[in-house]
Design a protein around this ligand. Structure first.
Ligand SMILES: Cc1cc2nc3c(=O)[nH]c(=O)nc-3n(C[C@H](O)[C@H](O)[C@H](O)COP(=O)(O)OP(=O)(O)OC[C@H]3O[C@@H](n4cnc5c(N)ncnc54)[C@H](O)[C@@H]3O)c2cc1C
Length: 410
């Protein structure tokens, strides 16, 4: 069964997001980027459109769309600005889908449902000042005291750190295993901003995603009930990797939007700018750049759509998602850079959007697994050194609810 058609549901969602981002964000994004200003009101508008829980089942407060819809939202949002897609990545991809898959019913009721409705904003805290790719190099710890856990640690480079209400926090719960770098000594907890001992701040001076919030948070003797542990004790590393599989998918789809935006800006400029008495669209080397952007767009889109389809089917997709993320992000950087060249000196100024595309998309080559990490993983998969092992918990396949089926039948 191969079907390359989007459903009517998908098409109308794309239209909604396109109109929203075009109306509410595109006219202001240059100013927000220049002022390094995160616009909180955007979160409320995304919540009103049910975007923040787009692929969370209605039962848990979401809109009940499939996982391909999550990708479509990300591609459309990042077509306008990366900061919008980052919200979807950390809130919906990394946090909500993790709670949906690994959370207890009580956790879903208390945390997932308000998050899916956009009443609470959530993010994901794995990286530390001394540990990014090397997850087991983390120093954050938790110790058990009766029915509570006492959490301590510093998380760095966290998207929405200074904005979010709820956080996934990864740390060591077994000191012996920490010394041996045995990842089965790590666990995952839900932390709320309002808990005593929580503090956060914003990182300034970023190269890109300046309209987004990126920061750090610190936990000092933060007490959480034992019920706030996600999964079982010792499953933190697996949960972190599971979450990244969902986050990487959103990053792949978003980076695909950057390639399309770079192509469209280049096409528009090439049809207008004249040199040597002709539109620059007539010069073969300009055409070549546009052709490469088009090819990269189509390839990147097919890769993330395939990963989304695998998610819908409930099939293993770690390898496909990693490939989609790796290829879309490196190709987005290439597309944005070429788009600047197509614009000549104008591309080097923020009078045109393409320099922002390049500053923004560079981060995606680094986060959620650097280019190097994905290159090595893909090589290991190809060499048979790595495999997708059966997991205790997997992302539930997409099951349309009656109301979604009724929409599809209309
Ligand atoms: C804008 C932004 C937002 C972010 N948001 C979040 C967030 O919401 N939550 C979160 O937890 N984190 C977030 N991060 C952090 C991000 O995930 C890390 O930066 C990333 O994992 C890389 O870690 P690092 O920066 O410590 O680099 P390092 O791990 O120190 O890597 C440095 C260099 O060494 C290379 N390298 C490292 N190990 C290997 C190896 N084994 N083999 C080959 N090469 C290697 C890397 O590829 C890289 O080139 C964000 C980062 C940015 C820039």
């Amino acid at each position: 069964m191969i079907d390359f058609e989007l459903t009517d549901d998908h098409e109308s969602l794309v239209q909604t997001v396109r109109e929203f981002a075009g109306r509410e964000v595109a006219p202001h994004i240059k100013e927000w980027d220049e002022k390094q200003q995160f616009n909180r009101a955007i979160l409320n508008k995304m919540a009103e459109l049910n975007l923040l829980g787009v692929c969370v089942p209605e039962e848990w407060g979401g809109a009940g769309f499939d996982y391909v819809s999550l990708g479509l939202v990300c591609e459309e949002l990042e077509y306008v600005d990366t900061s919008l897609r980052v919200i979807m990545s950390v809130h919906t991809g990394l946090n909500c889908l993790t709670l949906y898959s690994w959370g207890t019913d009580a956790q879903k009721q208390k945390y997932l449902a308000p998050q899916a409705k956009g009443e609470k904003i959530a993010t994901y805290g794995l990286t530390e000042p001394g540990a990014g790719s090397d997850v087991v190099g983390a120093r954050s710890v938790a110790r058990r005291e009766g029915d509570e856990w006492v959490l301590n640690g510093e998380k760095m480079w966290i998207s929405l750190a200074d904005v979010a209400d709820n956080f996934l926090f990864f740390c060591w719960t077994d000191e012996e295993k920490r010394r041996k770098r045995d990842h089965t000594g790590m666990s995952c907890f839900i932390v709320e901003r309002t808990m005593p001992g929580f503090s956060s701040g914003t990182i300034h001076g970023k190269m890109g995603i300046r309209a987004g919030n990126t920061g750090y948070f610190s936990l000092q003797d933060v007490r959480v009930p034992a019920a706030n542990m996600v999964g079982e004790e010792g499953e933190g590393f697996k949960i972190a990797m599971f979450a990244l599989e969902q986050g990487r998918y959103t990053v792949a789809a978003g980076a695909t939007g950057v390639i399309r935006a770079s192509r469209d800006a280049s096409v528009a400029y090439a049809k207008e700018r004249e040199t040597f008495g002709v539109k620059i669209a007539n010069h073969q080397l300009v055409k070549q750049k546009i052709a490469e952007m088009e090819a990269d767009y189509q390839m990147a889109r097919l890769l993330w759509l395939r990963a989304g389809w695998l998610k819908n089917e409930g099939r293993p997709n770690g390898r496909a998602t990693s490939l989609a993320k790796w290829q879309a992000t490196v190709r987005s950087e290439k597309a944005a850079s070429m788009a600047i060249e197509v614009h000549g000196a104008n591309g080097y100024s923020n009078d045109y959007p393409v320099e922002r595309y390049l500053r923004n998309c560079k981060a995606a080559v680094i986060y959620e697994g650097t280019r190097d990490i994905h290159t090595l993983m893909q090589a290991d998969w190809a060499l048979g050194l790595k495999s997708e092992k059966p997991a205790r918990v997997t992302l539930p396949p997409y099951r349309p609810t009656e109301s979604r089926e009724a929409v599809a039948a209309d």
